[in-house]
Write a protein that binds this ligand. Sequence first.
Ligand code: 0RQ
Length: 503
Amino acid sequence: MSDRILDPRLRARLMSAADAAALIRPGDTVAMSGFTGAGYPKAVPQALAARMQQAHAAGQAFRVQVLTGASTAPELDGVLAHARGMELRLPYQSDPTLRAQINAGTLDYIDIHLSHVAQYTWFGFFGPVEVALVEVAGIRADGRLVPSSSVGNNKTWLDQAEQVILEVNAWQPAALEGMHDIYYGTALPPQRKPIPLLAADDRIGEPYLRVDPAKVVAVVATDAPDRNSPFAAPDATSQRIAGHLLEFLAHERRRGRLGDTLLPLQSGVGNIANAVLAGLAEGGYRDLTAFTEVIQDGMLRLLREGVLRVASATSFSLSPDGIAEFNANVDFYRQRIVLRPQEISNHPELIRRLGCIAMNGMLEADLYGNVNSTHVAGSRIMNGIGGSGDFARNGYLSVFMSASTAKGGAISSLVPMVSHVDHTEHDVMVLVTEQGLADLRGLSPKQRARLVIERCAHPDYRPLLQDYFDRACRESYGKHTPHLLREALSWHQRFVETGSMRP
Ligand code: 0RQ
Protein backbone atom coordinates (compact mmCIF):
# COMPACT_ATOMS: atom_id res chain seq x y z
CA MET A 1 0.00 0.00 0.00
CA SER A 2 2.80 2.41 0.85
CA ASP A 3 3.54 2.86 -2.87
CA ARG A 4 0.08 4.42 -3.18
CA ILE A 5 0.55 6.90 -0.29
CA LEU A 6 3.68 8.85 -1.06
CA ASP A 7 3.16 12.04 0.95
CA PRO A 8 4.67 11.45 4.42
CA ARG A 9 2.33 14.04 5.99
CA LEU A 10 -0.69 12.07 4.87
CA ARG A 11 0.88 8.67 5.47
CA ALA A 12 1.19 9.75 9.11
CA ARG A 13 -2.64 9.90 9.24
CA LEU A 14 -3.09 6.22 8.29
CA MET A 15 -5.55 4.54 10.61
CA SER A 16 -8.21 1.83 10.66
CA ALA A 17 -11.65 2.39 9.13
CA ALA A 18 -13.15 2.15 12.63
CA ASP A 19 -10.89 4.91 13.96
CA ALA A 20 -11.68 7.08 10.95
CA ALA A 21 -15.42 6.48 11.35
CA ALA A 22 -15.13 7.56 14.99
CA LEU A 23 -14.32 11.08 13.72
CA ILE A 24 -17.81 11.40 12.23
CA ARG A 25 -20.43 12.80 14.63
CA PRO A 26 -24.21 12.43 14.75
CA GLY A 27 -25.86 15.13 12.66
CA ASP A 28 -22.80 15.74 10.46
CA THR A 29 -23.19 16.36 6.77
CA VAL A 30 -20.87 13.82 5.20
CA ALA A 31 -20.08 14.34 1.52
CA MET A 32 -18.97 11.08 -0.05
CA SER A 33 -17.43 10.08 -3.34
CA GLY A 34 -19.18 7.64 -5.67
CA PHE A 35 -20.98 7.77 -8.99
CA THR A 36 -22.99 4.90 -10.51
CA GLY A 37 -21.34 2.17 -8.49
CA ALA A 38 -17.79 3.46 -9.02
CA GLY A 39 -15.26 5.21 -6.81
CA TYR A 40 -17.29 5.17 -3.58
CA PRO A 41 -15.62 4.72 -0.16
CA LYS A 42 -15.75 1.06 0.78
CA ALA A 43 -14.55 0.72 4.38
CA VAL A 44 -15.45 3.79 6.46
CA PRO A 45 -19.21 3.75 5.67
CA GLN A 46 -19.36 0.14 6.91
CA ALA A 47 -17.50 1.05 10.09
CA LEU A 48 -19.77 4.06 10.52
CA ALA A 49 -22.86 1.87 10.09
CA ALA A 50 -21.55 -0.47 12.80
CA ARG A 51 -21.10 2.49 15.16
CA MET A 52 -24.61 3.68 14.38
CA GLN A 53 -26.07 0.29 15.16
CA GLN A 54 -24.25 0.20 18.49
CA ALA A 55 -25.53 3.68 19.31
CA HIS A 56 -29.08 2.75 18.35
CA ALA A 57 -28.90 -0.43 20.45
CA ALA A 58 -27.89 1.76 23.39
CA GLY A 59 -30.89 3.99 22.73
CA GLN A 60 -28.89 6.87 21.26
CA ALA A 61 -29.71 8.61 18.00
CA PHE A 62 -26.97 8.55 15.35
CA ARG A 63 -27.83 9.70 11.87
CA VAL A 64 -25.96 11.77 9.30
CA GLN A 65 -26.80 13.61 6.10
CA VAL A 66 -25.20 11.96 3.10
CA LEU A 67 -24.28 13.77 -0.11
CA THR A 68 -22.70 11.82 -2.99
CA GLY A 69 -22.04 12.09 -6.72
CA ALA A 70 -24.80 9.70 -7.71
CA SER A 71 -25.69 6.08 -6.84
CA THR A 72 -23.16 4.04 -4.87
CA ALA A 73 -23.30 0.41 -3.73
CA PRO A 74 -24.33 -1.87 -0.87
CA GLU A 75 -21.14 -0.96 1.09
CA LEU A 76 -22.30 2.66 1.30
CA ASP A 77 -26.00 3.31 0.70
CA GLY A 78 -26.94 -0.26 1.60
CA VAL A 79 -25.21 -0.45 4.99
CA LEU A 80 -26.11 3.08 6.07
CA ALA A 81 -29.75 2.54 5.12
CA HIS A 82 -29.78 -0.82 6.87
CA ALA A 83 -28.39 0.86 10.02
CA ARG A 84 -31.09 3.55 9.67
CA GLY A 85 -28.20 5.96 9.75
CA MET A 86 -29.24 8.56 7.17
CA GLU A 87 -31.58 11.42 7.91
CA LEU A 88 -31.06 12.94 4.49
CA ARG A 89 -29.67 11.70 1.19
CA LEU A 90 -28.98 13.41 -2.11
CA PRO A 91 -28.80 13.21 -5.16
CA TYR A 92 -29.40 10.07 -7.34
CA GLN A 93 -29.65 6.66 -5.61
CA SER A 94 -30.59 3.15 -6.64
CA ASP A 95 -30.19 1.01 -3.52
CA PRO A 96 -33.27 -1.13 -2.73
CA THR A 97 -33.10 -0.69 1.08
CA LEU A 98 -32.59 3.04 0.76
CA ARG A 99 -35.39 3.33 -1.79
CA ALA A 100 -37.77 1.41 0.50
CA GLN A 101 -37.03 3.79 3.39
CA ILE A 102 -37.50 6.87 1.23
CA ASN A 103 -40.83 5.50 0.04
CA ALA A 104 -41.84 4.55 3.59
CA GLY A 105 -41.30 8.19 4.47
CA THR A 106 -38.64 7.54 7.11
CA LEU A 107 -35.76 9.26 5.33
CA ASP A 108 -35.63 12.60 3.54
CA TYR A 109 -34.37 12.41 -0.01
CA ILE A 110 -33.68 15.36 -2.30
CA ASP A 111 -33.68 14.63 -6.00
CA ILE A 112 -31.80 17.31 -7.94
CA HIS A 113 -30.02 17.65 -11.27
CA LEU A 114 -26.53 16.19 -11.00
CA SER A 115 -24.97 19.36 -12.41
CA HIS A 116 -26.52 21.38 -9.59
CA VAL A 117 -25.06 19.52 -6.63
CA ALA A 118 -21.59 21.11 -6.62
CA GLN A 119 -22.74 24.67 -7.16
CA TYR A 120 -25.55 24.39 -4.60
CA THR A 121 -22.90 23.30 -2.10
CA TRP A 122 -20.74 26.29 -3.02
CA PHE A 123 -23.77 28.57 -2.74
CA GLY A 124 -24.31 27.26 0.80
CA PHE A 125 -27.75 25.85 -0.01
CA PHE A 126 -27.02 22.64 1.93
CA GLY A 127 -25.32 24.31 4.89
CA PRO A 128 -21.82 23.43 6.05
CA VAL A 129 -20.16 20.16 5.02
CA GLU A 130 -18.46 18.78 8.12
CA VAL A 131 -16.75 15.79 6.54
CA ALA A 132 -15.64 14.75 3.06
CA LEU A 133 -15.14 10.99 2.70
CA VAL A 134 -13.48 10.38 -0.64
CA GLU A 135 -11.94 7.34 -2.30
CA VAL A 136 -8.78 7.98 -4.32
CA ALA A 137 -6.45 5.70 -6.28
CA GLY A 138 -3.31 7.18 -4.72
CA ILE A 139 -1.63 10.10 -2.96
CA ARG A 140 1.38 11.67 -4.65
CA ALA A 141 4.50 12.83 -2.80
CA ASP A 142 3.33 16.44 -3.11
CA GLY A 143 -0.03 15.62 -1.52
CA ARG A 144 -2.09 15.80 -4.68
CA LEU A 145 -4.60 12.99 -5.11
CA VAL A 146 -4.94 10.53 -7.98
CA PRO A 147 -8.71 10.34 -8.50
CA SER A 148 -10.48 7.00 -8.45
CA SER A 149 -12.84 5.39 -10.98
CA SER A 150 -15.27 8.28 -10.64
CA VAL A 151 -14.76 11.99 -10.08
CA GLY A 152 -18.32 13.05 -9.27
CA ASN A 153 -18.37 15.95 -6.82
CA ASN A 154 -15.02 15.13 -5.18
CA LYS A 155 -13.37 18.41 -6.08
CA THR A 156 -16.15 20.30 -4.35
CA TRP A 157 -16.23 17.94 -1.34
CA LEU A 158 -12.46 18.30 -0.79
CA ASP A 159 -12.63 22.09 -1.12
CA GLN A 160 -15.74 22.64 0.95
CA ALA A 161 -15.49 20.16 3.81
CA GLU A 162 -14.08 21.14 7.19
CA GLN A 163 -12.41 17.73 7.60
CA VAL A 164 -11.34 15.17 5.02
CA ILE A 165 -11.12 11.39 5.29
CA LEU A 166 -9.41 9.65 2.38
CA GLU A 167 -9.72 5.99 1.42
CA VAL A 168 -6.81 4.93 -0.77
CA ASN A 169 -7.97 1.89 -2.72
CA ALA A 170 -5.17 -0.33 -4.05
CA TRP A 171 -7.70 -2.28 -6.14
CA GLN A 172 -8.24 0.71 -8.44
CA PRO A 173 -6.03 0.43 -11.52
CA ALA A 174 -2.82 2.45 -11.05
CA ALA A 175 -3.23 3.24 -14.73
CA LEU A 176 -6.10 5.60 -13.92
CA GLU A 177 -3.42 8.19 -13.17
CA GLY A 178 -3.39 10.82 -15.87
CA MET A 179 -6.88 10.10 -17.26
CA HIS A 180 -8.72 12.70 -15.22
CA ASP A 181 -9.19 16.35 -16.06
CA ILE A 182 -10.07 18.37 -12.96
CA TYR A 183 -11.10 21.91 -13.82
CA TYR A 184 -10.36 24.48 -11.14
CA GLY A 185 -11.69 27.50 -13.04
CA THR A 186 -15.23 27.49 -11.69
CA ALA A 187 -16.19 30.54 -9.64
CA LEU A 188 -19.29 31.92 -8.01
CA PRO A 189 -21.57 34.43 -9.75
CA PRO A 190 -20.97 37.19 -10.67
CA GLN A 191 -17.30 36.21 -11.15
CA ARG A 192 -17.95 33.34 -13.52
CA LYS A 193 -16.14 33.06 -16.85
CA PRO A 194 -16.82 30.87 -19.88
CA ILE A 195 -15.59 27.30 -19.45
CA PRO A 196 -12.93 26.87 -22.16
CA LEU A 197 -14.01 23.45 -23.42
CA LEU A 198 -14.78 23.30 -27.14
CA ALA A 199 -14.64 19.57 -27.90
CA ALA A 200 -15.44 16.39 -26.00
CA ASP A 201 -11.76 15.45 -25.69
CA ASP A 202 -10.42 18.89 -24.69
CA ARG A 203 -8.39 18.91 -21.48
CA ILE A 204 -8.90 22.14 -19.57
CA GLY A 205 -7.69 21.21 -16.07
CA GLU A 206 -5.19 18.99 -14.32
CA PRO A 207 -5.04 15.23 -13.71
CA TYR A 208 -5.06 15.46 -9.89
CA LEU A 209 -7.37 16.58 -7.10
CA ARG A 210 -6.03 19.14 -4.64
CA VAL A 211 -6.55 18.92 -0.92
CA ASP A 212 -5.29 21.02 1.97
CA PRO A 213 -3.25 18.44 3.92
CA ALA A 214 -4.07 20.23 7.16
CA LYS A 215 -7.74 19.23 6.69
CA VAL A 216 -7.01 15.53 6.23
CA VAL A 217 -7.85 13.89 9.54
CA ALA A 218 -7.62 10.27 8.42
CA VAL A 219 -6.26 8.10 5.64
CA VAL A 220 -7.57 4.55 5.34
CA ALA A 221 -6.03 1.91 3.10
CA THR A 222 -8.46 -0.37 1.26
CA ASP A 223 -8.24 -3.03 -1.41
CA ALA A 224 -11.80 -3.67 -2.54
CA PRO A 225 -13.51 -3.78 -5.93
CA ASP A 226 -16.17 -1.47 -7.30
CA ARG A 227 -19.38 -3.44 -7.51
CA ASN A 228 -20.28 -3.38 -11.15
CA SER A 229 -21.75 -6.38 -12.86
CA PRO A 230 -21.83 -6.72 -16.63
CA PHE A 231 -25.14 -5.91 -18.28
CA ALA A 232 -27.24 -8.66 -19.78
CA ALA A 233 -27.34 -8.76 -23.57
CA PRO A 234 -30.07 -6.44 -24.91
CA ASP A 235 -33.51 -8.09 -25.12
CA ALA A 236 -35.84 -7.96 -28.12
CA THR A 237 -37.76 -4.90 -26.86
CA SER A 238 -34.55 -2.92 -26.33
CA GLN A 239 -33.34 -3.93 -29.75
CA ARG A 240 -36.54 -2.70 -31.38
CA ILE A 241 -36.31 0.62 -29.51
CA ALA A 242 -32.69 0.96 -30.60
CA GLY A 243 -33.68 0.10 -34.17
CA HIS A 244 -36.22 2.96 -34.31
CA LEU A 245 -33.70 5.40 -32.88
CA LEU A 246 -30.98 4.37 -35.34
CA GLU A 247 -33.41 4.77 -38.21
CA PHE A 248 -34.21 8.26 -36.91
CA LEU A 249 -30.51 9.21 -36.73
CA ALA A 250 -30.04 8.01 -40.32
CA HIS A 251 -33.05 10.12 -41.34
CA GLU A 252 -31.53 13.16 -39.64
CA ARG A 253 -28.31 12.60 -41.57
CA ARG A 254 -30.20 12.39 -44.86
CA ARG A 255 -31.93 15.66 -43.98
CA GLY A 256 -28.55 17.28 -43.30
CA ARG A 257 -29.36 17.94 -39.66
CA LEU A 258 -26.59 15.59 -38.49
CA GLY A 259 -23.23 14.75 -40.04
CA ASP A 260 -21.63 11.33 -40.48
CA THR A 261 -20.07 11.48 -37.02
CA LEU A 262 -23.34 12.73 -35.50
CA LEU A 263 -22.79 14.95 -32.42
CA PRO A 264 -21.44 14.01 -28.98
CA LEU A 265 -23.58 11.24 -27.55
CA GLN A 266 -24.94 11.11 -24.02
CA SER A 267 -26.52 7.87 -23.10
CA GLY A 268 -28.10 6.69 -19.89
CA VAL A 269 -27.28 3.34 -18.36
CA GLY A 270 -29.13 0.06 -18.83
CA ASN A 271 -30.41 -2.38 -21.34
CA ILE A 272 -31.86 0.06 -23.89
CA ALA A 273 -28.78 2.32 -23.84
CA ASN A 274 -26.62 -0.73 -24.43
CA ALA A 275 -28.75 -1.81 -27.37
CA VAL A 276 -28.43 1.67 -28.91
CA LEU A 277 -24.65 1.61 -28.54
CA ALA A 278 -24.45 -1.89 -30.02
CA GLY A 279 -26.68 -0.72 -32.88
CA LEU A 280 -24.34 2.18 -33.66
CA ALA A 281 -21.51 -0.31 -34.02
CA GLU A 282 -23.54 -2.50 -36.37
CA GLY A 283 -24.76 0.56 -38.29
CA GLY A 284 -21.26 1.26 -39.59
CA TYR A 285 -20.69 4.46 -37.63
CA ARG A 286 -17.06 5.48 -37.09
CA ASP A 287 -15.25 8.22 -35.16
CA LEU A 288 -18.20 9.17 -32.97
CA THR A 289 -17.68 11.04 -29.71
CA ALA A 290 -19.35 10.65 -26.34
CA PHE A 291 -19.84 13.50 -23.88
CA THR A 292 -21.69 11.65 -21.19
CA GLU A 293 -21.72 10.66 -17.52
CA VAL A 294 -20.79 7.02 -17.35
CA ILE A 295 -18.41 4.85 -19.36
CA GLN A 296 -19.45 1.21 -19.24
CA ASP A 297 -18.08 -1.98 -20.76
CA GLY A 298 -19.98 -1.43 -24.00
CA MET A 299 -18.22 1.87 -24.60
CA LEU A 300 -14.80 0.25 -24.23
CA ARG A 301 -15.71 -2.07 -27.07
CA LEU A 302 -16.84 0.84 -29.22
CA LEU A 303 -13.57 2.63 -28.55
CA ARG A 304 -11.61 -0.49 -29.46
CA GLU A 305 -13.55 -0.89 -32.70
CA GLY A 306 -13.11 2.76 -33.66
CA VAL A 307 -16.86 3.38 -33.56
CA LEU A 308 -16.09 5.89 -30.81
CA ARG A 309 -13.04 8.11 -31.14
CA VAL A 310 -13.22 9.54 -27.63
CA ALA A 311 -15.38 9.34 -24.53
CA SER A 312 -15.68 12.01 -21.83
CA ALA A 313 -17.53 11.18 -18.61
CA THR A 314 -17.40 11.51 -14.85
CA SER A 315 -17.49 7.82 -13.96
CA PHE A 316 -15.87 4.67 -15.15
CA SER A 317 -18.34 1.94 -14.19
CA LEU A 318 -16.71 -1.25 -15.39
CA SER A 319 -17.45 -4.88 -14.61
CA PRO A 320 -14.53 -7.18 -13.66
CA ASP A 321 -14.27 -8.12 -17.36
CA GLY A 322 -14.22 -4.45 -18.30
CA ILE A 323 -11.45 -3.74 -15.79
CA ALA A 324 -9.41 -6.62 -17.21
CA GLU A 325 -9.90 -5.26 -20.73
CA PHE A 326 -8.95 -1.76 -19.55
CA ASN A 327 -5.81 -2.94 -17.75
CA ALA A 328 -4.72 -4.99 -20.76
CA ASN A 329 -4.94 -1.98 -23.08
CA VAL A 330 -4.33 0.96 -20.81
CA ASP A 331 -2.25 3.00 -23.20
CA PHE A 332 -4.91 2.75 -25.88
CA TYR A 333 -7.72 3.86 -23.55
CA ARG A 334 -5.74 6.62 -21.88
CA GLN A 335 -5.59 8.44 -25.23
CA ARG A 336 -9.34 8.24 -25.64
CA ILE A 337 -10.98 8.65 -22.24
CA VAL A 338 -11.31 11.75 -20.06
CA LEU A 339 -12.93 11.72 -16.62
CA ARG A 340 -14.21 15.06 -15.32
CA PRO A 341 -16.05 16.47 -12.31
CA GLN A 342 -19.80 16.03 -12.76
CA GLU A 343 -20.33 19.79 -12.69
CA ILE A 344 -18.33 19.79 -15.98
CA SER A 345 -19.51 16.50 -17.54
CA ASN A 346 -23.10 17.68 -17.01
CA HIS A 347 -22.63 21.41 -17.47
CA PRO A 348 -25.50 23.08 -19.35
CA GLU A 349 -23.07 25.53 -21.05
CA LEU A 350 -20.99 22.67 -22.45
CA ILE A 351 -23.90 20.42 -23.38
CA ARG A 352 -25.46 23.32 -25.29
CA ARG A 353 -22.16 24.28 -26.93
CA LEU A 354 -21.24 20.76 -28.02
CA GLY A 355 -24.81 19.96 -29.09
CA CYS A 356 -25.13 16.63 -27.33
CA ILE A 357 -27.56 13.97 -28.43
CA ALA A 358 -29.23 13.10 -25.12
CA MET A 359 -30.70 9.59 -24.92
CA ASN A 360 -32.30 8.59 -21.63
CA GLY A 361 -34.77 6.14 -20.20
CA MET A 362 -38.15 7.13 -18.77
CA LEU A 363 -40.92 5.59 -16.72
CA GLU A 364 -43.76 7.27 -18.58
CA ALA A 365 -44.64 10.05 -20.99
CA ASP A 366 -47.95 11.71 -21.67
CA LEU A 367 -49.84 12.67 -24.80
CA TYR A 368 -48.17 16.08 -24.90
CA GLY A 369 -44.57 14.96 -24.34
CA ASN A 370 -44.11 15.54 -20.62
CA VAL A 371 -41.84 12.85 -19.18
CA ASN A 372 -41.69 11.20 -15.76
CA SER A 373 -38.32 9.53 -15.09
CA THR A 374 -38.56 9.12 -11.35
CA HIS A 375 -41.91 8.52 -9.63
CA VAL A 376 -44.17 5.47 -9.96
CA ALA A 377 -47.79 6.56 -9.60
CA GLY A 378 -46.58 10.07 -8.88
CA SER A 379 -45.34 9.29 -5.39
CA ARG A 380 -42.91 6.39 -5.23
CA ILE A 381 -39.34 7.30 -6.14
CA MET A 382 -37.46 4.92 -8.40
CA ASN A 383 -33.87 6.27 -8.65
CA GLY A 384 -33.88 9.97 -9.30
CA ILE A 385 -33.52 12.38 -12.21
CA GLY A 386 -29.74 11.86 -12.40
CA GLY A 387 -28.23 13.77 -15.25
CA SER A 388 -31.12 13.25 -17.63
CA GLY A 389 -32.42 16.79 -17.11
CA ASP A 390 -29.01 18.39 -17.56
CA PHE A 391 -28.73 16.77 -20.97
CA ALA A 392 -32.35 16.82 -22.11
CA ARG A 393 -32.90 20.54 -21.64
CA ASN A 394 -29.57 21.59 -23.13
CA GLY A 395 -28.85 18.99 -25.80
CA TYR A 396 -29.17 19.38 -29.57
CA LEU A 397 -31.60 16.47 -29.45
CA SER A 398 -33.39 15.05 -26.43
CA VAL A 399 -34.69 11.50 -26.74
CA PHE A 400 -36.59 9.50 -24.11
CA MET A 401 -37.02 5.76 -24.45
CA SER A 402 -39.04 3.05 -22.75
CA ALA A 403 -40.96 -0.11 -23.45
CA SER A 404 -44.58 0.86 -24.19
CA THR A 405 -45.80 -1.17 -21.21
CA ALA A 406 -44.39 -2.24 -17.83
CA LYS A 407 -45.19 -5.00 -15.35
CA GLY A 408 -46.35 -7.50 -17.94
CA GLY A 409 -48.69 -5.05 -19.63
CA ALA A 410 -50.45 -3.90 -16.45
CA ILE A 411 -48.97 -0.42 -16.91
CA SER A 412 -48.96 1.73 -20.02
CA SER A 413 -45.87 3.93 -20.31
CA LEU A 414 -47.95 6.34 -22.39
CA VAL A 415 -50.63 7.95 -20.26
CA PRO A 416 -53.10 10.84 -20.56
CA MET A 417 -51.12 12.94 -18.06
CA VAL A 418 -47.86 12.00 -16.36
CA SER A 419 -48.19 11.55 -12.62
CA HIS A 420 -44.94 13.44 -11.97
CA VAL A 421 -43.00 15.74 -14.28
CA ASP A 422 -39.22 15.60 -14.61
CA HIS A 423 -38.89 16.78 -18.21
CA THR A 424 -41.53 19.14 -19.46
CA GLU A 425 -43.04 19.15 -22.94
CA HIS A 426 -40.57 21.96 -23.67
CA ASP A 427 -37.55 19.72 -23.07
CA VAL A 428 -38.61 16.56 -24.86
CA MET A 429 -38.07 16.21 -28.60
CA VAL A 430 -38.36 12.52 -29.38
CA LEU A 431 -40.17 9.61 -27.69
CA VAL A 432 -39.35 6.02 -28.59
CA THR A 433 -40.95 2.73 -27.60
CA GLU A 434 -40.69 -0.67 -29.27
CA GLN A 435 -43.87 0.32 -31.17
CA GLY A 436 -42.22 3.25 -32.89
CA LEU A 437 -40.80 6.77 -32.65
CA ALA A 438 -42.61 10.09 -32.27
CA ASP A 439 -40.65 13.13 -33.43
CA LEU A 440 -42.34 15.93 -31.50
CA ARG A 441 -40.20 18.78 -32.75
CA GLY A 442 -42.09 21.69 -34.20
CA LEU A 443 -45.50 20.24 -33.34
CA SER A 444 -48.34 21.82 -31.39
CA PRO A 445 -49.73 19.93 -28.36
CA LYS A 446 -52.61 18.28 -30.28
CA GLN A 447 -50.32 17.30 -33.17
CA ARG A 448 -47.97 15.72 -30.63
CA ALA A 449 -50.78 13.79 -28.98
CA ARG A 450 -51.90 12.24 -32.28
CA LEU A 451 -48.35 11.12 -33.03
CA VAL A 452 -47.69 9.72 -29.55
CA ILE A 453 -50.88 7.63 -29.72
CA GLU A 454 -50.20 6.41 -33.25
CA ARG A 455 -46.46 5.72 -32.96
CA CYS A 456 -45.62 4.94 -29.33
CA ALA A 457 -48.62 3.50 -27.50
CA HIS A 458 -49.09 -0.24 -27.13
CA PRO A 459 -52.04 -1.54 -29.21
CA ASP A 460 -53.84 -2.60 -26.01
CA TYR A 461 -53.83 0.98 -24.73
CA ARG A 462 -54.00 2.88 -28.02
CA PRO A 463 -57.82 2.93 -28.28
CA LEU A 464 -58.08 4.05 -24.63
CA LEU A 465 -55.70 6.95 -25.22
CA GLN A 466 -57.49 7.86 -28.45
CA ASP A 467 -60.84 7.85 -26.66
CA TYR A 468 -59.46 10.07 -23.88
CA PHE A 469 -57.96 12.48 -26.38
CA ASP A 470 -61.12 12.65 -28.54
CA ARG A 471 -63.32 13.40 -25.54
CA ALA A 472 -60.79 15.89 -24.17
CA CYS A 473 -60.77 17.69 -27.53
CA ARG A 474 -64.55 18.09 -27.21
CA GLU A 475 -64.99 18.71 -23.50
CA SER A 476 -61.76 20.27 -22.21
CA TYR A 477 -61.93 23.68 -20.49
CA GLY A 478 -59.29 24.90 -22.94
CA LYS A 479 -58.62 23.38 -26.32
CA HIS A 480 -54.89 24.17 -26.57
CA THR A 481 -53.72 21.24 -24.44
CA PRO A 482 -56.96 19.31 -24.00
CA HIS A 483 -57.44 17.46 -20.72
CA LEU A 484 -60.26 15.99 -18.68
CA LEU A 485 -59.05 16.93 -15.24
CA ARG A 486 -61.19 14.42 -13.38
CA GLU A 487 -59.87 11.61 -15.55
CA ALA A 488 -56.32 12.68 -16.34
CA LEU A 489 -54.75 10.62 -13.55
CA SER A 490 -57.43 7.94 -13.35
CA TRP A 491 -55.18 5.33 -15.00
CA HIS A 492 -52.67 5.72 -12.16
CA GLN A 493 -55.42 5.63 -9.54
CA ARG A 494 -56.71 2.39 -11.09
CA PHE A 495 -53.19 0.94 -10.97
CA VAL A 496 -52.86 1.87 -7.27
CA GLU A 497 -56.26 0.33 -6.48
CA THR A 498 -56.18 -2.77 -8.68
CA GLY A 499 -52.58 -3.32 -9.73
CA SER A 500 -53.42 -2.60 -13.34
CA MET A 501 -54.20 0.41 -15.52
CA ARG A 502 -56.56 -1.70 -17.61
CA PRO A 503 -60.24 -0.81 -17.14
O1 0RQ B 1 -38.97 -2.33 -12.49
O2 0RQ B 1 -37.09 -3.85 -12.14
O3 0RQ B 1 -39.08 -3.86 -10.60
O4 0RQ B 1 -39.31 -4.70 -12.94
O5 0RQ B 1 -38.99 0.44 -13.70
O6 0RQ B 1 -37.38 -0.26 -15.85
O7 0RQ B 1 -37.62 -1.02 -18.18
O8 0RQ B 1 -35.74 -1.93 -16.73
O9 0RQ B 1 -35.75 0.43 -17.63
O10 0RQ B 1 -33.55 0.21 -16.36
O11 0RQ B 1 -33.92 1.84 -18.29
O12 0RQ B 1 -34.97 2.21 -16.07
C1 0RQ B 1 -36.49 5.58 -15.86
C2 0RQ B 1 -35.93 3.97 -14.03
C3 0RQ B 1 -35.81 3.26 -16.43
C4 0RQ B 1 -34.08 4.84 -15.55
C5 0RQ B 1 -35.59 4.43 -15.45
C6 0RQ B 1 -40.25 -0.22 -13.90
C7 0RQ B 1 -39.87 -1.51 -14.55
C8 0RQ B 1 -38.62 -1.89 -13.79
C9 0RQ B 1 -36.85 -0.24 -14.58
P1 0RQ B 1 -38.59 -3.80 -12.01
P2 0RQ B 1 -36.60 -0.81 -17.12
P3 0RQ B 1 -34.44 1.13 -17.10
C10 0RQ B 1 -27.89 8.70 -16.83
C11 0RQ B 1 -29.24 9.35 -16.92
C12 0RQ B 1 -33.50 8.50 -14.56
C13 0RQ B 1 -32.03 8.86 -14.49
C14 0RQ B 1 -31.38 9.02 -15.82
C15 0RQ B 1 -33.75 6.03 -14.66
C16 0RQ B 1 -37.95 -0.54 -13.57
O13 0RQ B 1 -33.77 5.14 -16.86
O14 0RQ B 1 -33.54 5.90 -13.47
O15 0RQ B 1 -31.97 9.05 -16.87
N1 0RQ B 1 -33.74 7.26 -15.26
N2 0RQ B 1 -30.08 9.16 -15.78
O16 0RQ B 1 -40.90 -2.46 -14.43
C17 0RQ B 1 -44.07 1.80 -13.10
C18 0RQ B 1 -43.92 2.68 -15.25
C19 0RQ B 1 -42.69 1.97 -15.41
C20 0RQ B 1 -42.25 1.19 -14.34
C21 0RQ B 1 -40.82 1.04 -15.99
N3 0RQ B 1 -44.41 3.45 -16.22
N4 0RQ B 1 -44.56 2.58 -14.07
N5 0RQ B 1 -42.93 1.11 -13.18
N6 0RQ B 1 -41.08 0.64 -14.74
N7 0RQ B 1 -41.79 1.84 -16.43
C22 0RQ B 1 -27.43 8.01 -15.58
C23 0RQ B 1 -27.25 8.90 -14.37
O17 0RQ B 1 -27.80 9.92 -14.27
C24 0RQ B 1 -26.39 8.48 -13.26
